[in-house]
Design a protein around this ligand. Structure first.
Ligand code: GRF
Length: 210
């Protein structure tokens, strides 16, 4: 698959369930001119009262909440797809979105969904990745931005950022320092996707030198 070719802006749809610090880092980089030709089209949440949604409102960004609790996944995701299409989204960024996507959602945005995970995948997928890494005793930790496929924390990796695990760390300080790297990594990955200068060969994201 080849990368983004259009000169039109990349219209990002953010999906979040919580505080939204990754979303805010992306928004800050856009507002400060570090992500030219990228705009946030809509911030969506599956959780009523997610503080990331209020933060988006404070920035005067369009927001929508579709509460997922108790709803069949495919039905809920159909609402998300319709909303993202209505806002002409061409890149979906999961930013602390705590719900698995249906196959229909993934098919609706082929190779157009990114996720950030707070571990060096394929190590420690799933919940509490930083605690998992700390308990395992790894010496290098970090975060991964990857394309989303139908498996959890699994698609082609765009980039990873690493930090050493310090003897003085606990799981909390480790998570805090990983989060600093996440805030850099996500915008860097979006910039790479926006540039279009890449191919996905099997599982491998490969940058094209132009
Ligand atoms: C981050 O650690 C991210 O890697 C994970 O969920 C967390 C979301 O944090 N997928 P925030 O809501 O962006 O602050």
């Amino acid at each position: 698959m080849e990368g983004w070719k259009s000169k039109a802006p990349l219209r990002v749809g953010i999906l979040l369930s919580g505080r939204g610090s990754n979303f805010l880092a992306i928004a800050r980089n856009i507002n400060e001119g570090r992500l030219p030709n990228v705009e946030i089209a809509i911030v969506l949440s599956n959780v009523a009262g997610a503080s990331g949604v209020q933060a988006a409102r404070d920035l005067n960004l369009p927001t929508a909440v579709f509460v997922s609790k108790g709803r069949p996944r495919a039905e809920h995701d159909a609402d998300l797809i319709a909303c993202l299409r209505e806002h002409k989204v061409n890149l979906v960024c999961l930013a602390g979105y705590m719900r698995l996507l249906s196959p229909g959602f993934i098919a609706a945005f082929p190779s157009r969904i990114l996720n950030i995970h707070p571990s060096l995948l394929p190590a420690f997928p799933g919940l509490d990745a930083q605690q998992q890494a700390f308990d395992y005793g790894v010496k290098i930790a970090g975060c991964t931005v990857h394309f989303v496929d139908e498996h959890l924390d699994h698609g082609a990796i765009i980039l990873q950022r690493t930090i050493p695990v310090l003897d003085t760390d606990d799981a909390h300080t480790l998570a805090e320092r990983i989060l600093v790297e996440e805030h850099i990594a996500y915008s860097e990955a979006i910039a790479r996707v926006a540039s279009g200068d890449y191919e996905i060969k099997g599982r491998r994201y490969v940058r094209r030198i132009s």
